[in-house]
Design a protein around this ligand. Structure first.
Ligand code: SAJ
Length: 422
């Protein structure tokens, strides 16, 4: 029998997951507290950008397999995919997870399965979810099954990765894990590995922390390379030819709602033990200010005072429309603190979400003394330098996403983060 699923949280993970099950003939009901998100899904309008989402949403809604509302419904399976952010003091905010769990309690019935997909600190299922679920009156583990199956997909390639990535399933007991595995086999072609809930929680946070620490290492090396007269991008490329080396890349900072957030869960849990993790967070968080200061230094070298900076790219990374925890907003704040004027542009952020933003690239660059590229959108990579008409011809590329010789041929003075050869 095909089970019915209620997905709580229709954001970057919940919506693609809901759509994916619906496209495989499963009756799915999506729930979001935001009535505007619910309305847009009912009307097949996207409130987030993701490759392949529109056509899959159309199929799901037109086929009658996906409905949405602001409150849960009775179902066989509940998938929770709500935010798990950090508070201003970097401690975990698990209120959304707790409230989402509480919201399904009136709707769960004997034999149901509850799956948490949100990334959470180890022990959240045990300490936050189970005390809520027990209020259903059902016996946990025999009448109500519970597991953590962390999402591990990368924005921009969500559908490809939902199908092909291996999946970790951590049950509160074996039966919960097996039921969860069976469910995801609906569309997952990667291997599905079974473990306990706390291990699954740690695995997911560990993966993102590995990436954060590795990027911090690359950012430290980039700063050193500038003093050594070495191009760090070239050096990393060569180092990565070694079969056991995989150094990540520097940049203007680490953004998004995962890599910049999850390591703090381990810092909170680990205290003094989590030293490398803690230091890496600080190194990565220092990059927006470093980028702003370098921009100022380039302007000083050129004797330009009271400058206007065209910030190109507001999204936290290339080819997504997501500005959550984006380093760009901090870079802009830092540029303002230095007394610089900023005008920004991002081809993926359609509404003006930042006070400095313009929808026109030409308008962003026309009065600019320097073009500061902060994200590696394809639109920027393929930009013909000769067509860019800015006031002063200076470029600062923080993502190694531009073709240096093309920009130099077009008369631009070219600067690259992590490369002193300018
Ligand atoms: N970044 C660098 N240097 C790099 C790679 C990334 O500075 O070498 C920056 C990006 O520009 C961006 C940030 O890091 O600002 C994060 O980007 P990302 O592409 O590393 O990761 P996310 O946040 O889009 O997605 C990650 C993924 N985790 C891993 O690759 C281990 C994804 O698989 C997870 O599902 C996702 O977090 C999540 O939801 O947790």
């Amino acid at each position: 029998m095909t089970k019915s699923i209620c997905v709580v949280g229709l954001g970057y993970i919940g919506l693609p997951t809901a759509v994916m099950f619906a496209n495989h003939g499963v009756k799915v009901h999506g729930v979001d507290l935001n009535p505007a998100a619910v309305k847009s899904i009912q009307e097949k309008q996207l409130h987030i950008e993701e490759n392949g989402l529109q056509e899959r949403l159309n199929n799901a809604v037109d086929g009658g397999f996906l409905t949405a509302s602001t409150t849960p419904v009775v179902a066989d399976v509940f998938i929770i995919a709500v935010p798990s952010p950090i508070n201003p003091d970097n401690t975990a905010n698990l209120e959304y997870v707790r409230l989402a769990t509480a919201s399904i309690v009136p709707y769960v019935k004997k034999g149901d399965l509850v799956i948490l997909e949100s990334t959470v600190p180890p022990k959240t299922v045990e300490n936050i979810m189970l005390p809520e679920l027990i209020k259903s009156g059902l016996e946990i583990g025999t009448e109500l099954y519970v597991s953590h199956s962390p999402e591990r997909v990368i924005p921009g390639r969500i559908f490809e990765e939902l199908v092909n990535n291996d999946r970790i399933v951590g049950g509160i007991n074996q039966k919960s894990a097996e039921l969860t595995k069976e469910l995801y086999e609906t569309f997952v072609q990667g291997a599905i590995h079974i473990t306990d809930a706390t291990t699954a929680e740690l695995v997911k946070v560990m993966e993102n922390t590995y990436r954060d620490v590795n990027i911090a290492f690359a950012n430290e090396l980039a700063k050193m390379a500038e003093k050594l007269d070495v191009n760090i991008w070239e050096a990393i490329k060569f180092a990565n030819y070694h079969p056991r080396v995989n150094v990540h890349f520097p940049g203007p900072g680490v953004g998004g709602h995962c890599i910049a957030v999850d390591p703090w869960f381990l810092v909170e849990l680990g205290g003094d033990t989590a030293q490398i993790i803690h230091l890496s967070r600080h190194t990565n968080d220092s990059m927006p200010s470093y980028t702003a200061q370098k921009t100022q230094a380039i302007l000083n070298q050129n004797g330009i005072a009271g400058a206007t900076v065209a910030v190109l790219g507001l999204a936290f990374k290339g080819n997504v429309d997501d500005m959550r925890e984006s380093p760009s907003t901090i870079v802009i704040d830092e540029l303002h603190k230095l007394g610089l004027t900023v005008i920004s542009h991002d081809p993926h952020i359609k509404e003006n979400k930042h006070a400095t933003q313009t929808q026109s690239l030409d308008e962003a660059v026309e009065n600019a003394d320097i073009l500061l590229f902060l994200t590696d959108h394809n639109e920027f990579k393929s930009l013909a330098a000769a067509t860019v008409k800015s006031k002063n011809k200076i470029v600062f590329d923080t993502k190694n996403c531009l073709n240096r010789s093309q920009w130099e041929q077009a008369g631009f003075q070219f600067h690259l983060l992590g490369d002193a050869k300018n």
